[in-house]
Design a protein around this ligand. Structure first.
Ligand code: SF4
Length: 348
């Protein structure tokens, strides 16, 4: 009999199964705690669950896990990139970033990406497939098991490989588990989903009970430049009005990410247009100096140009920050994630 992967079930589906098995409701809580707080890999280890129920679970379900095949530590700033291997041998890239008071894990939602943004290394190789929700959750479990001390604060950013909103069923199901108090218990301040912005999906998420912060990768102030560097992107005004709606419905601010690329989107006019597009809106602007990679035709503006851009942007735009990208020497910074086919992998 084919066993169902239990980490692909939503909270509602788990509740339903417990009900169908004629069990009391608290078994759902026990199950979630064992899977996501104690993170066991076998139903037999769920010691406060009656033995016959453990046997039933084991007959019906499997518990999946991910293992790392290669670890690369940045010499610059303690960022670590991990390659995790799926059952079908495809590799997922993830990054762990250590800060004084917390750690941030950058996880992937797809293997590769179909959107082909011209400045992004992940987009260069196309899409292999969507990740299932168990594979998304298992990235977090991998770090919790090995690299995040108990009680250490950690945040999750969906900024690895892939466009989360093109795999929204699996991403939303995983976020439901990340939010649940019996599972990971992470609130909206602890999870950020970065997207190039699909207005209908943004509105769907805004109206849902899911708790996360939204970051929209804007990167241009005219539709023509945006389409040129992000061929899969939607119209700027539709994207920004959905981003605004998300902020209003969730009572937060949406971050607009703006990768500064020399000669492409860094002019005085761009700065003024960006200020006009965002003035008085519930946004934060995060400027990201472009991180170059082998074979890429783009480069980052010099300090003087970036300074002028910020000077023109600041008076009218909402909060502006400049992101110091971490891990750029190991290809782990924003837009650099892409496992190079044919690379050797070191089993740990
Ligand atoms: S920037 Fe994001 S959406 Fe664009 S190709 Fe890269 S991973 Fe895909």
């Amino acid at each position: 009999m084919h066993k169902q992967n239990i980490k692909n079930l939503s909270i509602k589906e788990i509740s339903l199964i417990i009900e169908e098995l004629g069990e009391k409701r608290h078994r759902k809580t026990q199950l979630l705690k064992w899977l996501y707080q104690k993170r066991v890999n076998s139903f037999h280890d769920m010691t406060n669950v009656p033995l016959d129920l453990r046997k039933k679970f084991d007959k019906l379900f499997s518990i999946s896990a991910l293992h790392s095949t290669k670890v690369i530590v940045s010499s610059e700033d303690n960022s670590t990139k991990f390659l995790l291997e799926c059952e079908d041998k495809l590799l997922i890239e993830t990054v762990l970033m250590k800060f004084k008071k917390h750690q941030t894990i950058c996880i992937s939602s797809q293997v590769g990406c179909s959107l082909g943004c011209t400045f992004c290394r992940t987009g260069k190789n196309g899409l292999e497939r969507n990740l299932r929700s168990d594979e998304i959750l298992n990235q977090v479990i991998f770090f919790k098991n090995k690299y995040i001390p108990p009680r250490k604060r950690y945040n999750i950013v969906f900024m690895g490989m892939g466009e989360p909103f093109l795999n929204s069923d699996n991403v939303f199901r995983a976020i439901e588990i990340l939010n649940d108090l019996d599972a990971f218990a992470l609130g909206e301040k602890r999870i950020t989903v970065s997207t190039i912005g699909f207005p209908d999906k943004i509105i769907e998420a805004a109206k849902s009970d899911l708790k996360f912060r939204l970051a929209v990768s804007l990167n241009a102030t005219t539709n023509s430049i945006r389409k040129k560097i992000m061929p899969g992107s939607k119209n700027i005004s539709d994207t920004l009005s959905a981003a605004q709606k998300f902020a209003e419905l969730k009572g937060t601010r949406t971050t607009l990410e703006y990768v500064l690329i020399k000669g492409v989107n860094d002019s005085d006019e761009d700065a003024k247009r960006l200020a006009k597009l965002t003035s008085g809106k519930p946004f934060k602007i995060n400027l990201i100096p472009f991180n170059t990679w082998d074979g890429c035709k783009f480069s980052r503006p010099d300090e003087e140009r970036m300074g002028k851009f910020i000077e023109l942007l600041l008076p009218r735009a909402p909060a502006v920050t400049v992101r110091r990208s971490r891990g750029s020497d190991i290809g782990a910074a924003c837009g650099q994630l892409s496992y190079q086919k044919g690379s050797t992998t070191d089993k740990l």
